[in-house]
Design a protein around this ligand. Structure first.
Ligand SMILES: Cc1cc2nc3c(=O)[nH]c(=O)nc-3n(C[C@H](O)[C@H](O)[C@H](O)COP(=O)(O)OP(=O)(O)OC[C@H]3O[C@@H](n4cnc5c(N)ncnc54)[C@H](O)[C@@H]3O)c2cc1C
Ligand code: FES
Length: 270
């Protein structure tokens, strides 16, 4: 599968190292995906990396990715501007099981860039709000300057049908928001553990502690889902780069039931 060139129609600088690219998918008739799926993004002369689709699944003309510049491919991507082209292969991978969440409380727990793959879940739940019960969004970032999608967070916070809580690991003394790890927020929120489903994405250690806390609150492990974002190469299940024991994250994941992936994640921290 060769990358398809798509033109960038918008660039948003989210933080010092993170940016959002909107690609124009109208000319190809839209880009359809499920919440949680990812694309392989190719930059000529640099290489190819897996990046989650972070836009609204109900707006397929806009293909959105939020990218943190960490290395040899994502850093040069930071210089991309409106009008430039980027190669796209996808969509790949499993999705958040939003249909299983119908009629239930939905808990979205994100750490850092982990909010990007979860944002399509939030869009989906808000679009079909009556199908779901309580919507809880818990989000943690390193510092206030690292918070993504600030305008959107403000909009979600303003809604009566969303419970949003945000925390940062560290902040200046005059910061008025919460500080501490995101897992601490779990003990504050109210939800029905018998009838809730949780979607977690962030550093593996955060997902592990969040899952443990949710189980202590009475949730079944089978209702806890995580996205395991291991390093990848082919995205097709052939190179073995993303292999975790018997599992290929690129084709069996990245979204897994926590109970399935937890024993494998503890083997080696990313
Ligand atoms: C399914 C999936 C979805 C992803 N979605 C996003 C997304 O929405 N936004 C985003 O910014 N990133 C996402 N990532 C991570 C992204 O793919 C990596 O940051 C990217 O591959 C780094 O490539 P690089 O060549 O720029 O850095 P490299 O030069 O390869 O690495 C630079 C540093 O980043 C570390 N690193 C590389 N890959 C990962 C990874 N997967 N997780 C954590 N650390 C890594 C390396 O160990 C190294 O320390 C996702 C990864 C997967 C597997
Ligand atoms: S990335 Fe090649 S097997 Fe998964």
């Amino acid at each position: 599968m060769l990358p398809e060139a798509l033109r960038i129609s918008r660039v948003v600088r989210e933080t010092a190292d993170t940016f959002t690219l909107t690609l124009n998918a109208a000319e190809r008739g839209g880009f359809f995906f499920l919440p949680g799926q990812f694309n392989m993004l190719y930059l000529h002369g640099a290489g190819e990396v897996p990046v989650s689709i972070s836009g609204d699944p109900a707006r397929p003309m806009y293909l959105v990715h939020t990218i943190r510049a960490v290395g040899s491919v994502t850093r040069p991507m930071q210089a991309l501007e409106k009008g430039d082209e980027i190669g796209v292969r996808g969509p790949f991978g499993t999705s958040w099981p939003v249909e299983r969440a119908r009629g239930r409380d939905v808990l979205v727990v994100a750490g850092g860039i982990g909010l990007a793959p979860l944002r399509p879940v939030v869009y989906h739940v808000l679009k079909h709000r009556k199908r779901f019960d309580h919507l809880v969004i818990l989000y943690g970032a390193r510092t206030p300057a690292d918070l993504l999608y600030e305008k959107e967070l403000a909009r979600w916070r303003g809604r009566l049908d969303v419970e949003l809580d945000v925390t940062v690991d560290r902040a200046e003394a005059d910061y008025r928001g919460r500080s501490g790890v995101v897992t601490k927020l779990l003990s504050r929120v109210s939800f029905d553990p018998e009838n809730a489903i949780a979607f977690l994405c962030g550093p593996e250690v955060m997902m592990r502690f969040a899952a443990r806390e949710l189980e202590q609150r009475g949730m079944r492990d089978s209702d806890i889902w995580v996205s395991a974002e291991r390093n990848m190469k082919c995205g097709l299940g052939t190179c073995g780069h993303c292999q975790l024991g018997p599992v290929f994250v690129c084709k069996d994941g990245p979204v897994f039931r926590h109970s399935r992936i937890a024993p494998l994640l503890t083997r080696r921290e990313l």
